[in-house]
Every structure is written in structure tokens, then in C-alpha cells.
Design a protein around this ligand. Structure first.
Ligand SMILES: Nc1ncnc2c1ncn2[C@@H]1O[C@H](COP(=O)(O)OP(=O)(O)OP(=O)(O)O)[C@@H](O)[C@H]1O
Length: 322
């Protein structure tokens, strides 16, 4: 796929705050102090979020956190109640800014009688320099479906078409809202490869997903959103490092009696003789295990999974015990 020019985000010192910040001209999109309400429900609560050119940012968080609302504001589909929304330095209402972005919404509906190739023609006609249809079909594994009416496609096939269309106009950035929901493993991996190729060519990606494996495969940076606020932000390693949870794994015929509460043990996973203790106090847990005198083997202590880290971050952000 021919791509937009790679651009290196330049970071310059900002004397007004503690750390460096990315120059505004290097931002693909930003929300600054944005609040969005639906009636009495506050979907975004004074949120700040930036997407630098050339980066892949994943928005993660539980259902109803505000991820899709953030994307829809950036696409100009909804209006913020307060704060500033910018797309390539302009208002998302500006068609010139919107033309720089390709998007796949969560819900997709195509005219049922149109063929896949015709839908691609329709969308491509909107852009001055679209990708050749054959290339788009090939990238997203849609070649054999080009002549099929969209009404007869499976859910996963429709999803692949919806994602492909985001790339039709050679966008500077794509916003993918849960792009692989309902896709099988092979289709998901094909889509990841297509996104990787786009990023390698300098493309920018904003992604929402509930598949943490997808965030791990694609994203360079993660923003965890809960209840309309960013509760954690950083690289995958940063996010994992935010929590002290560890996975203490060993094999034993029986789990020795341990004081779970005192040892910060959040969860016990068992599979045959393999036991995993997910704990906030790994050293104390290992010590207690040894002191118990019970036989065990194959001890292994690892960092928490991304999922465990996220759950822990969300719970502590809500003031719940971790
Ligand atoms: N059109 C709407 N009218 C009223 N409330 C809405 C509307 N759209 C979203 N909401 C509410 O705003 C909050 C944020 O929703 P949003 O869809 O942005 O969350 P999300 O993080 O994308 O969730 P999910 O992971 O389930 O897709 C939720 O409480 C949701 O019920």
C-alpha cells in the first residue's frame, strides 16, 4: 500500500510543565479539557488526549468508558459540550481535516444490494487520490468477495470491508473503533498485518479494542479510559509497571493454606497441578509458600498480564481495593 510520508514527531521542551511535550504541528488529533454529556450522563469528563503523527495509540477501558465517544468527537460526528477538539490542527467540522482521516465505526451498514467492489468505488470516489481497488481488496483479503453483494456477506466479511474502507483514501490517520470484533484469528492477523504496513509507511492509528492481544500487537502507546477520564497512559511496559501485581506460578499437588488477604493474593488459578497466585505482594507470598513446608516445584514469578494490570488500574481509579 502506498503510504503518506513518514514524519518524525519532534519533541520540544515545554517550560510551562514538568515534561517535554509534542509540538502542536506534530499532532494528528487532540482533545483538550473536553467534556461530553448525553443528558445527565457524563461520557467524557474534562479529558485530555493526544495522538501524535506516526504513532499507534490504543484506547482501552471497560464498556461505557467513553472510548467511542472520544473517537466520534474527533471525527466531527458529535459535538463536545466544552473543551477543544482538533484534527490535524483544525476543527473536525472542516472537511479538509476530515478527508485526512479514514475511519471504521463500531456499527457498519452497507447498501445491501451493492457489490463489495461497488462499495469500494463509491467510497474511493470521495477522495482525490484513492488506493487502487485491487490493492485494497488484496490487502484485506477481499479479492474473492469483490463481486458479492454486501447483503450476503457474513458479519466478519462485512467487518473486513468496513476496515478496508478506512484506508481507501490513503489517509494520514485511521481511527479504528473495535476493528476486529467478531473476526476469526486468521482474519484478525491479516488485518493487523495491513495496519502494520500502513504504520511502517508513516500512517497514524487510533484504535479502540477489547482484545488486549490486539493492543499488544499494534499499539506503541496505551491510554486507559474509565468513566470518561484517562486513568493511565504510557507504553505497554509503563502500564504493566503501574501495578505491583505479579503471577507466582508453581506446581503442587495441593495449594498450601495461605492467608490470601494478608499476602495480597487477588486470585488463584489452577490447571491440574499448576497453580498461579496473582498477588500484589510476591515476595511475601513466596516466603509464605516456603514457610508452609508444603512440597512444590517449578517456581516462577512474572509480571502481571496486561489484562490484570488494566483491571487493577481501573479498580484503583475508582477507589476500590486492589
Ligand atoms: N447516544 C447516546 N445517548 C446516551 N448515552 C450515550 C450515547 N452514546 C453513548 N452513551 C453513553 O455514554 C457512555 C460512554 O459510551 P461510549 O460508547 O463512548 O463508551 P465505550 O468506551 O466506547 O464503550 P464500549 O466499550 O462498550 O463500546 C456510556 O455510558 C454510554 O451508555
Amino acid at each position: 500500500m502506498s503510504q503518506p510520508r513518514p514524519s518524525q514527531p519532534s519533541v520540544r521542551a515545554d517550560t510551562s510543565s514538568a515534561g517535554p511535550r509534542i509540538a502542536d504541528t506534530d499532532l494528528a488529533a487532540s482533545l483538550t479539557g473536553v467534556t461530553k454529556r448525553y443528558g445527565a450522563m457524563t461520557a467524557l469528563d474534562n479529558i485530555d488526549l493526544t495522538l501524535a503523527r506516526g504513532e499507534v495509540l490504543a484506547l482501552l477501558g471497560p464498556n461505557g468508558a467513553g472510548k467511542s465517544t472520544a473517537v466520534s468527537l474527533l471525527l466531527g460526528l458529535r459535538k463536545a459540550d466544552s473543551g477543544q477538539v482538533r484534527l490535524f490542527g483544525r476543527s473536525p467540522d472542516d472537511p479538509a481535516a476530515r478527508r485526512m482521516v479514514g475511519a471504521t465505526p463500531q456499527d457498519t451498514g452497507f447498501p445491501e444490494t451493492l457489490r463489495v467492489g461497488e462499495v469500494i468505488d463509491l467510497v474511493s470516489a470521495h477522495y482525490p487520490n484513492p488506493l487502487p481497488k485491487a490493492e485494497l481488496l488484496d490487502r484485506f483479503g477481499l479479492g474473492t468477495l469483490a463481486g458479492r453483494q454486501t447483503g450476503g456477506l457474513s458479519g466478519g466479511q462485512k467487518r473486513r470491508l468496513a476496515v478496508a474502507l478506512a484506508f481507501a483514501g490513503r489517509p494520514e490517520a485511521v481511527f479504528l473503533d473495535e476493528p476486529t470484533t467478531g473476526l476469526d484469528v486468521e482474519a484478525r492477523r491479516m488485518l493487523w498485518a495491513a495496519v502494520d504496513g500502513y504504520v511502517a509507511g508513516g500512517g497514524t492509528v487510533l484504535l479502540t479494542t477489547h482484545y488486549l492481544e490486539e493492543a499488544e500487537a499494534l499499539a506503541r502507546r496505551i491510554a486507559v479510559i474509565d468513566q470518561g477520564r484517562v486513568v493511565a497512559e504510557g507504553s505497554l511496559a509503563d502500564i504493566r509497571g503501574r501495578v505491583s501485581l505479579r503471577r507466582v506460578r508453581f506446581t503442587a499437588a495441593h495449594l498450601p493454606p495461605l492467608d490470601a488477604k494478608a499476602l495480597g493474593i487477588e486470585r488463584v488459578e489452577r490447571s491440574g497441578t499448576e497453580i498461579v497466585l496473582v498477588t500484589a505482594r510476591a515476595d511475601d507470598t513466596v516466603r509464605a509458600l516456603v514457610m508452609s513446608g508444603a512440597p512444590f516445584a517449578d517456581l516462577d514469578v512474572r509480571a502481571a498480564t496486561l489484562e490484570e494490570a488494566l483491571m487493577s488500574i481501573v479498580r484503583s481509579g475508582r477507589g476500590e481495593s486492589v
